[in-house]
Design a protein. Structure first.
Length: 299
């Protein structure tokens, strides 16, 4: 007979700690060097990094997403208005592969080059994956995420991320997004969801929009464009950017060590769950002021 199997819950706890380390190998090293940590996660011995890798594959995106949905519903017990103001934004993460065939890679065929940033008048591209996140704009906590190759059109992803948020039972009343999501279709989809769209104008080829900063149909917007209320909500748009930054710098989003869309999506969701659990811990302790703070949970 072989060794007894590892407890799935203990393995999952260890995987959550992976968001604090750059790789599964480093996770194994820290578990070996820290008996207290090994005891806290509930493992009798340190698994190999291959064992952890197989566990992540078996865990899969759907199971992690269901765990995330349970946490969001639990958060709503403490904050009934959780998700009332929704901000939508995306970020690109570099693939764990070399782009050795121009547009594609032989080691990670799902990764693609996509728009990352604008600096000094130059467009920067990154070869990897795009994570689009819907965030509670008032508390800066991610609700759900969607993983695609980096070349995916963010505007087209907008209806899907709203539908995911709606399926969670999120009572969003206002949806905030930057100019990349601006289109008449997305505005009317938001209104059909019973929410008020606050989406930054993208004039594109419209001469009227370029000259006036408005569209002909803006008179129908529930919140008038550039009004004080519009500007109040638009100021919350940076909530998604701060969440993206926290996920990258403190919760392992940038330390991507897996390949393939399915595995990358699983890992990205694990990073989101880590942030959600920090918020849930703060809520249960009666310290909602700590729900945004990541460093306080790092020691």
């Amino acid at each position: 007979m072989g060794r007894p199997p590892y407890d799935p819950l203990a393995m999952y706890k260890a995987i959550l700690y992976r968001t604090r380390t750059p790789s599964l190998r480093q996770l194994c090293r820290e578990l070996k060097a820290n008996e207290r940590l090994l005891k806290l996660v509930g493992l009798p011995r340190v698994p190999t990094h291959q064992t952890f890798s197989v566990f992540i594959n078996r865990l899969g995106e759907d199971r992690v997403r269901r765990l995330s949905e349970l946490i969001v519903r639990e958060l709503r017990k403490y904050w009934p208005d959780f998700g009332r103001v929704l901000t939508v934004d995306g970020t690109v993460v570099k693939a764990y592969a070399k782009r050795n065939r121009g547009f594609r890679s032989t080691t990670d065929p799902d990764a693609r080059p996509g728009y990352k940033d604008h600096r000094l008048g130059k467009i920067l591209y990154e070869f990897g994956y795009r994570l689009t996140i819907a965030t509670d704009g008032e508390r800066e906590i991610p609700l759900t995420g969607l993983t695609t190759p980096a070349n995916a059109n963010e505007s087209i992803l907008y209806p899907t991320i709203l539908r995911q948020a709606k399926n969670l039972g999120t009572p969003f009343e206002v949806v905030i997004a930057d100019a990349q999501y601006d289109s008449r279709k997305n505005i009317w989809i938001t209104i059909r969801h019973g929410a008020k769209p606050v989406i930054q104008l993208n004039p594109r080829s419209s001469k009227i929009a370029k000259l006036t900063g408005k569209r002909r149909g803006d008179a129908l917007l529930p919140i008038p464009r550039n009004s004080p209320r519009w500007k109040h909500y638009m100021a919350m748009r940076s909530a998604s950017e701060r969440v993206n930054s926290i996920l990258k710098k403190h919760l392992g989003l940038e330390s991507l060590k897996v390949r393939g869309l399915r595995r990358v999506a699983t890992f990205f969701l694990i990073c989101i769950v880590a942030k959600q659990l920090q918020a849930l811990t703060a809520a249960r302790l009666g310290r909602p002021d700590l729900s945004r703070n990541v460093l306080v949970w790092s020691y």
